[in-house]
Design a protein around this ligand. Structure first.
Ligand SMILES: Cc1cc2nc3c(=O)[nH]c(=O)nc-3n(C[C@H](O)[C@H](O)[C@H](O)COP(=O)(O)OP(=O)(O)OC[C@H]3O[C@@H](n4cnc5c(N)ncnc54)[C@H](O)[C@@H]3O)c2cc1C
Length: 389
């Protein structure tokens, strides 16, 4: 892979970006317009985070369901992305309200009534009646962003600690041993892990407790390759079953069917949530998957008869933001040179959150290619003056 360069242990980067998912790569590509003295690190073998390609018999698809509501904010986020990738992703708005299966038929989804699941906030992202469809799919975005990045990239590099002195972060430890120095650090990994990486005095005791005790959601994702076409519907399906327990409401959709060797194949992708603690017991995850399948079968009785393959992806701490408070410019109040770029920090979350959080940080750093100074005033007033030791 390109961008892997050996530097002396004394080298000081302008920026170290931790996490090469959509937000980390967007920030890297934007900062790269000013400097190439950047190190992008990721614990995985390659860049892309959750937003990468998954190979199927009919070509690459997104790594799990991907939808984006068509809103003003989405268009702003896409304009930012296109500017960085120097490519038009050709967003197209489709009028496609979500459907549910009820009393023996598919009907418009109108909500969960009096029994919304505890993870409603995670699931509701998928309910928008107007969605954006892209000619260049989200799984291709990270490769295109990486193509516009000429700083250093260090895969298989797990950041295990930040080290501070004089009120700023000076260095970070990678894989428990290697020390990397920089003037600025941008953390784009899961928020749940952040308090473990910070110096002892980085967060007040109260903030640390709050972060560790916050509720985080594990995403349980099921992809199915169906032999034969199941449906022409492009709508997000919100399936809730008949039992009113917390387990199993899921969202999913079918990709258009394709002919491979004179055989129709159709791929469907589903997502549901269970809280992180419950997900530690694999039986709970198994139970959830069983219920998801039962609901798909209820809506489409023959859909699971001829499954060519299925894939299960479990993503711990997919949702939840630890209630962490940032300064208006998205840095940590105790360490003004440590920014938090994770999509989980933005109220919009997901793809949208990743892009908008990246946009806010690059604006704060004066490197937003759109030249738009994001109004951080609202964030400032939302920021609690939590005592950070
Ligand atoms: C199955 C699935 C379905 C989804 N569906 C949708 C959808 O329909 N619509 C939508 O908008 N969004 C969806 N999302 C969410 C969307 O993909 C993510 O919000 C977005 O990709 C997050 O980008 P990110 O850069 O914040 O984080 P990530 O993609 O999680 O990247 C974080 C990176 O940081 C690295 N990292 C973490 N900790 C460390 C460390 N200590 N040291 C070094 N590296 C570290 C990780 O290896 C990872 O590569 C879905 C996600 C999944 C998994």
């Amino acid at each position: 892979m390109q961008n892997q360069v050996k530097r002396s242990s004394q080298h000081v980067y302008d920026y170290v970006i931790i996490g090469s998912g959509l937000s980390g790569l967007a920030i890297a590509a934007a900062l790269n317009k000013e400097t190439s003295n950047i190190l992008l690190v990721d614990s995985a073998d390659t860049f892309g985070g959750h937003n990468r390609s998954l190979m199927t018999p009919f070509g690459p698809v997104n790594n799990g369901i991907r939808t984006m509501p068509s809103t003003e904010l989405s268009h702003k986020a896409i304009a930012f992305l296109e500017m960085l990738m120097m490519t038009n992703v050709q967003p197209q708005e489709i009028d496609c309200p979500p459907v549910t299966f009820d009393s023996g038929a598919l009907k418009p989804f109108v909500g969960f009534g009096e029994n919304p699941p505890a993870f409603y906030d995670e699931l509701s992202y998928f309910f928008s009646p107007k969605q954006l469809k892209f000619h260049i799919e989200p799984h291709e975005w990270t490769q295109l962003l990486f193509n516009h990045y000429s700083g250093d990239f260090s895969p298989r590099s797990y950041v295990t600690k930040f080290h501070g002195a004089d009120g700023v972060i000076k260095s970070t430890t990678i894989n428990g041993q290697k020390q990397i120095n920089a003037l600025n650090f941008i953390y784009c990994g899961p928020v749940k892990s952040l308090h473990l990486l910070l110096p002892e005095d980085g967060l007040s005791y109260r903030a640390r407790q709050k972060m560790s005790k916050s509720e985080y959601w594990t995403a349980v994702c099921l992809d199915i390759l169906h032999q034969g076409k199941v449906t022409d519907s492009e709508a997000v399906h919100v399936l809730n079953g008949t039992t009113q327990d917390e387990i199993g409401p899921c969202a999913g959709k079918f990709l258009p069917s394709v002919e491979v060797n004179d055989q129709a194949l159709q791929y469907s992708q589903w997502i549901s949530f269970v809280n992180d603690e419950d997900a530690e017991d694999t039986e709970n995850v198994g139970h959830l998957l069983k219920k998801m399948k039962r609901q798909i079968k209820r809506a489409y009785p023959n859909a699971l008869d001829n499954i060519k393959s299925e894939r299960i992806l479990v993503v711990p701490s997919f949702g939840g933001n630890g209630d962490i408070k940032l300064s208006a410019n998205q840095s940590l109040p105790a360490y003004p040179n440590l920014w938090v770029g994770s999509s989980q920090m933005h109220t919009q979350k997901n793809l949208l959150g990743a892009l908008l959080q990246a946009e806010m940080i690059t604006s704060a750093l004066g490197c937003n290619p759109l030249g738009v100074q994001v109004d951080t005033g609202q964030m400032a007033s939302e920021s609690e003056s939590e005592t950070q030791a």
